[in-house]
Ligand binder design. Structure first.
Ligand SMILES: C[S@@+](CC[C@H](N)C(=O)[O-])C[C@H]1O[C@@H](n2cnc3c(N)ncnc32)[C@H](O)[C@@H]1O
Length: 177
């Protein structure tokens, strides 16, 4: 395990403009869009060792229950990784932020009680590989907790989403689909 390393690894993701934008708007969005409550429900009841994949600027860190012994937070974007390290210092449980990608988690197999994915699978290039990795690193009986977004409800929304997805959206939103 490469815990403690801050150098961007081979899976580094570089979205400097999006990273600055996300760092600025995400805190307000948590309150405005009700994400804060969802994050609380996402993490409630977790215990033991947790790996959070694509941790961003660390908005979940303050919400881990005291029953969690350690969070390994994997973040491939350098600016968001730095912000996550700052957030980790204020967290109520030990959080180690490491570079790495969902498709090749830099940790050993079967070592975690839970995998947390929050607003990240939309941006991952190879979702099937990322889910295989989540399974690999979980102990038998471990949990995957996820908070993700997807296709909208009505035909007009779906059409709009498809058009944006094929044009500007991924470039503007850090690879989000
Ligand atoms: C919308 S942000 C969400 C951040 C955080 N999880 C949250 O809930 O606020 C998407 C995150 O996924 C990360 N990401 C993008 N591609 C990734 C990959 N292949 N593996 C892991 N994380 C990735 C981005 O760097 C960014 O931190």
């Amino acid at each position: 395990m490469r815990l403690g390393s801050e150098a961007p690894g081979p899976g580094a993701v570089r979205h400097p403009v999006f990273a600055r934008y996300y760092a600025r708007v995400s805190v307000g969005a948590d309150a405005r869009l009700g994400f804060a409550g969802v994050r609380g429900r996402l993490l409630a009841g977790l215990s033991g060792r947790v790996i959070e994949v694509g941790a961003g600027n660390g908005l979940n860190f303050g919400r881990y229950p005291a029953t969690v012994a350690q969070v390994v937070a994997v973040e491939p974007e350098p600016l968001l990784g730095r912000l996550a390290r700052e957030s980790a210092r204020r967290a109520p449980v030990p959080v180690d932020v490491v570079p790495g990608a969902a498709e090749a988690l830099p940790v050993e197999s079967g070592a975690f009680d839970a995998v947390v994915l929050s607003l990240v699978l939309c941006s991952v290039r190879d979702v099937a590989r990322a889910l295989e990795e989540a399974r690999r690193v979980l102990r038998p009986g471990g949990q995957v907790r996820f908070f993700e977004h997807g296709r909208g409800g009505g035909p007009a929304m779906r059409l709009t989403q498809r058009a944006l997805d094929r044009t500007v959206w991924p470039a503007l939103a850090g690879g989000c689909h």
